[in-house]
Design a protein around this ligand. Sequence first.
Ligand code: CUA
Length: 350
Amino acid sequence: MPFKPKTLKRWRLASLLPLLIALALAGCGQTDINLVNHTPNILDPKGPVALQESNLFWFILIVSTFVFVVVVSALLYSIFRFRARPGAPEPRQFHGNTKLEIGWTIVPSVVLLGVLIMTITTMFQIQQPASANTITVNAIGHQWWWEFQYPNEHVVTADEMWIPTGTVVHVNLVSDNVIHSFWVPQLSGKTDVIPGHDNSTWLQADNAGWYRGECAEFCGTQHAHMDFLVHAVSSADYQAWVQQQQAPAAQSTDTLAQAGAKYFISSPCIGCHMINGVTSNANAKLIGPNLTHFGARQWIAGGVVDNSPANLAAWIRDAQAVKSGSDMPAFPNLTQSQIDELVAYLESLK
Ligand code: CUA
């Protein structure tokens, strides 16, 4: 069937479409860090693991783009050059072409071998930590938030992992519920967090900054609200943070916060939450985050909302309305003044 100019135009349009979509998506990258809305870009790596992964991505993209261009050009050339024309004779009839068939078996094998070698090399390289300075963090996947324990520093936090720059951070991955996946797109690849099979990974940040991490394995209704922040800071700032985290809960001079502190130890909160130096349930299996330095954190409940007094009050009153399915129940019987006191107290825990 001969090609009509109209059909040709449609073909041209159709081949432009992927390009237009790619251009539109390329405009989505953000450079400013809005803590809650920041979308991390895997093509903007900030540490050695993510850098090697992104290099591999570019290598495979270039190779496959080359293959795509060659194959599609040959295809389009054949379609237009050898199309049927009105009154043209029957084309020459033949079967097979041994040289061509050997050629298009060998060339793709060589290309794929190149991709395989690069992939395996990258896999081995990212197993090798780049620096001798190390710290260890246990990342525990809960439903649905991350707990970070620093076993050597005796620090426990939630939603936020502080690390020194230029330091290898060994992350032990633990889950006591379902499978999660630990991922900091600008610093590390994804590693599954499997119950009963402790896994580990490592990451390193070259520059100071906030990096958003997320759970990359569907783990239930609030999987999308299981984010965390990695805050990379200088070695001195990290030491200062560790000392501040090791200190017991702050004693506020604010009267509302003091009333909250008094109320907290008789409130239902202590059934699930620990505050170092205040509650004595250190050995209980607590299902909520340790709140000792809650006021210093950026987020509440896996990044579902920013940590602000108004958001915290809404969370305490009816967590299910903020993040349905979470382990935090609603407390309809709390009075407004009890909530105000608790909020003032918890926000004072810097
Ligand atoms: Cu945890 Cu998805």
